[in-house]
Design a protein around this ligand. Structure first.
Ligand code: AP5
Length: 214
């Protein structure tokens, strides 16, 4: 079925971890707006600098800029049989823009809530490290790399700690989630397009539950 799978969950809920598994194992392309914005770091343009500043503050990039990159990326060939959106939509305006886009692309939308209690998120985020080469996600508490500070898949590449994973920035990101993104759960639930998974516990067990829904 040609479908857009949307992951909704607080920062650190494990959206990226599960979306990457789904991409690897089910062959559905994962489109992460956060990753695409982070990739803009290497560009020296006013827009790229503005995006980096907004991300570092924990706030959201404008709906129009975000929509433009989502539309461009999802119009590529690899998305024609469906794709995963990790971190989009995040505002009601973005949800409406996606509604239009999905109609143009002739696809249905299924939203999946990844639910994790607030108390666990801080440790997940402050402990997160990722590989700048392949994007593999680690955690110093829950999923440490074999050699401290280096990627298992690229042993010569040093892992990075995201600047917005500092405690003060995490607090802002959680507030933004509550105010702007959480209401989307009701938006998709009211049209019968929301499924929920428990995002706590073993990553493989969570994936097993997820794979039954998609
Ligand atoms: P983005 O990159 O999307 O960040 P986020 O939504 O805050 O989500 P995270 O990537 O922090 O968490 P995740 O749920 O993917 O968790 P992960 O799998 O890594 O966005 C960053 C910024 O970009 C935004 O703040 C905004 O400025 C901008 N932006 C992005 N999209 C936008 C949009 N649509 N509109 C406007 N602006 C936008 O896991 C977290 C950690 O937990 C990892 O270390 C992982 O190993 C660990 N972990 C995962 N699963 C488990 C488990 N089951 N048990 C224990 N640990 C686990």
């Amino acid at each position: 079925m040609r479908r857009i799978i949307v992951f909704i969950g607080a920062p650190g809920a494990g959206k990226g971890t599960q979306a990457r598994l789904l991409q690897e194992r089910a062959g559905i392309p994962q489109i992460s707006t956060g990753d695409m914005f982070r990739e803009m770091k290497t560009l020296d343009t006013p827009l790229a600098r503005e995006v980096q500043e907004i991300m570092a503050s924990g706030k959201l990039v404008s709906d129009d800029v975000t929509y433009r990159i989502v539309k461009e990326r999802t119009s590529r060939d690899d998305c024609r049989d469906g794709y995963i959106l990790d971190g989009y939509p995040r505002t009601s305006a973005q949800a409406e823009q996606l509604e239009e886009l999905s109609k143009e692309q002739g696809m249905d939308v299924l939203a999946i809530e990844v639910d994790v209690p607030r108390g666990e998120l801080m440790k997940r985020l402050t402990g997160r490290r990722s590989c700048p080469e392949c994007g593999e996600i680690y955690n110093v508490y829950f999923k440490p790399p074999k050699k401290e500070g280096f990627c298992d898949l690229h042993p010569e590449v040093e892992l990075q700690h995201r600047s917005d994973d500092r405690e003060d920035k995490v607090a802002t990101r959680l507030e933004v989630y509550d105010e702007q993104t959480k209401p989307l759960l009701e938006y998709y639930a009211s049209s019968g397009r929301l499924e929920k998974i428990d995002g706590t516990g073993d990553v493989e067990a969570i994936y097993a539950g997820l794979s039954k829904l998609v």
